[in-house]
Write a protein that binds this ligand. Structure first.
Ligand code: NDP
Ligand code: 2IT
Length: 448
């Protein structure tokens, strides 16, 4: 088996040698899915995984725009259309200077499994740009989004590919992107998700990734007869996912003591309560400030520059910032400090070595493709509402989100629970459950 996995990964490395994040994501899947394929005749010998690691289409394009000083700027835009076996391509757009093919291919690959797990009919895709929104005026953001969509529009559509937000792309950007798409196509369709509430958006979509992650973590804790109540919770990031993970944690009785950004983290031993979180939301979403400014208003809290929050004692850790933000050493610190549950809000925030540590310690560990699937699942619900030309209430969407997270948890148990020890390997469970649905569709559709 080791040989088989190695042979497969060697081939992937040969073809994608310099794409380290993509290879990391494929490795994690191959190690759990190849042994399953080998044991199941219908999948064996069909090169299904080999087909799944090759994007159906990878689009790269130039984005020219003019900044506030009249300078012409040139960025790169991308859309990876990874797999459409179970539905149209679906996945976010990331605007961040680190964006490149490797990052987007890893995200698109993860998205295929994640979307499959949601039980909704969505294929996988991802896109974005190396554009850096930090420090840009609203007008610059608008001009960039319009320029980006002036090429992307020809590759997407409500039955083809439906982008959404990710790092650096929130409600403001989706608005500008949607406006240009509508103008160019002369049609009002649900081509993007994460839209505003007055023009086709779904209630709970902004909250969905963070809420879903906490619903999933609560499910994991329940397998131990435990809950969020009274738990000290460490969260990284302070963007969309982190904010709503914090909100739901507080609602379930947990105490959130950290938030972070790429400059460092804030530690508030008294707990970040609802009022303090409202301050953070205004600071980040409206003033577009830095998390360090929290300590100016709440002087009992401290800011720790250039560090991640994993050194803080906690029972639950929710990494909600970015890939590879939690390494082996961080995992050791968390374990030493008594952490019993890690649930990923971000995509691939834990390195492979960190995950190995969590598994060795047999704590509750959920990979992002399972625990952060609530965001894209609610995007799927937004698509449904757009097709119905109807809006569900907040309660209806939240109930569906809870159900979906619970179903994903069940799927992880079905494919990931060790019958002898009872330990649930959520990585294995999510990978195999996600794989089976896509693989069955690919087999049914033949070699296309
Ligand atoms: P936002 O842009 O709203 O927030 C990103 C946060 O992460 C910011 O606090 C940012 O800090 C921090 N961050 C970004 N890059 C780094 C870095 N290199 N080092 C440290 N901190 C960093 O994005 P989201 O909250 O939407 O996304 C967060 C994560 O969740 C990503 O991994 C994304 O792929 C994933 N995700 C998002 C979903 C969604 O619906 N939005 C759905 C599922 C997953 P700074 O301001 O300093 O850059
Ligand atoms: O990583 C993700 O799942 C997202 N950024 C959300 C994708 C979506 O289409 O809502």
């Amino acid at each position: 088996m080791e040989e088989k996995i190695k042979g497969f990964l060697d081939l992937v490395k040969e073809r994608n040698g310099h794409e380290s994040e993509f290879i990391q994501a494929v490795e994690e899947v191959a190690e759990t899915v190849i042994p399953y394929i080998v044991k199941h005749d219908i999948y064996h010998g069909k090169n299904i995984l080999l087909r799944m690691v090759e994007p159906e289409r990878a689009i790269s394009f130039r984005v020219n725009w003019v900044d506030d000083h009249g300078e012409i700027q040139v960025n790169r835009g991308y859309r990876i259309q990874m797999n459409s076996a179970i539905g149209p391509y679906k996945g976010g757009l990331r605007f961040h200077p680190t964006v490149n093919m490797s990052i987007l291919k890893f995200l698109a690959f993860e998205q295929v499994f994640k979307n499959s797990l949601t039980t909704l009919p969505m294929g996988g895709g991802k896109g974005g740009s190396d554009f850096d929104p930090k420090g840009k005026s609203d007008n610059e953001i608008m001009r960039f989004c319009h320029a980006f969509m002036s090429e992307l529009f020809r590759h997407i559509g409500p039955n083809t590919d439906i982008p959404a937000g990710d790092i650096g792309v929130g409600g403001r950007e989706i608005g500008f992107l949607f406006g240009m798409y509508k103008k160019l196509k002369n049609e009002f369709t649900g081509v993007l998700t994460g839209k505003g509430m007055t023009w086709g958006g779904s209630l709970i979509r902004p909250e969905a990734t963070g809420y879903g992650n906490v619903y999933f973590a609560e499910k994991m804790l329940q397998t131990k007869g435990d809950s969020f109540k009274g738990k000290t919770v460490v969260i990284s990031g302070s963007g969309n996912v982190a904010q709503y993970a914090a909100e739901k944690t507080i609602q379930l009785g947990g105490k959130v003591v950290t938030l972070s950004d790429s400059s460092g983290y804030i530690l508030d031993h008294e707990g970040i309560d609802t009022d303090k979180l409202a301050f953070v939301m205004e600071l980040k979403n409206i003033k577009r400030g830095r998390i360090s400014e929290y300590t100016k208003v709440y002087p009992n809290a401290k800011f720790v520059a250039n560090k991640t929050p994993w050194e803080v004692k906690c029972e639950v850790a929710l990494p909600c910032a970015t890939q590879n933000e939690l390494n082996e050493h961080d995992a050791e610190m968390l374990l030493k400090n008594g952490c019993i549950c890690v649930s990923e809000g971000a995509n691939m925030p834990s390195t492979k070595d960190a995950i190995t540590k969590f598994h060795e310690a047999q704590i509750l560990f959920a990979p992002g493709k399972a625990s952060n699937a609530g965001g894209v699942a609610t995007s799927g619900l937004e698509m449904t509402q757009n097709s119905l030309r109807y809006n569900w209430s907040r309660e209806e969407v939240d109930e569906k989100l809870k159900d979906i997270m619970s179903n994903i948890h069940d799927a992880c148990i079905e494919y990931g629970k060790d019958e002898k020890t009872g330990y649930i390997d959520y990585v294995k469970g999510a990978n195999i459950a996600g794989f089976v649905k896509v693989a069955d569709a690919m087999l049914a559709q033949g070699v296309v």
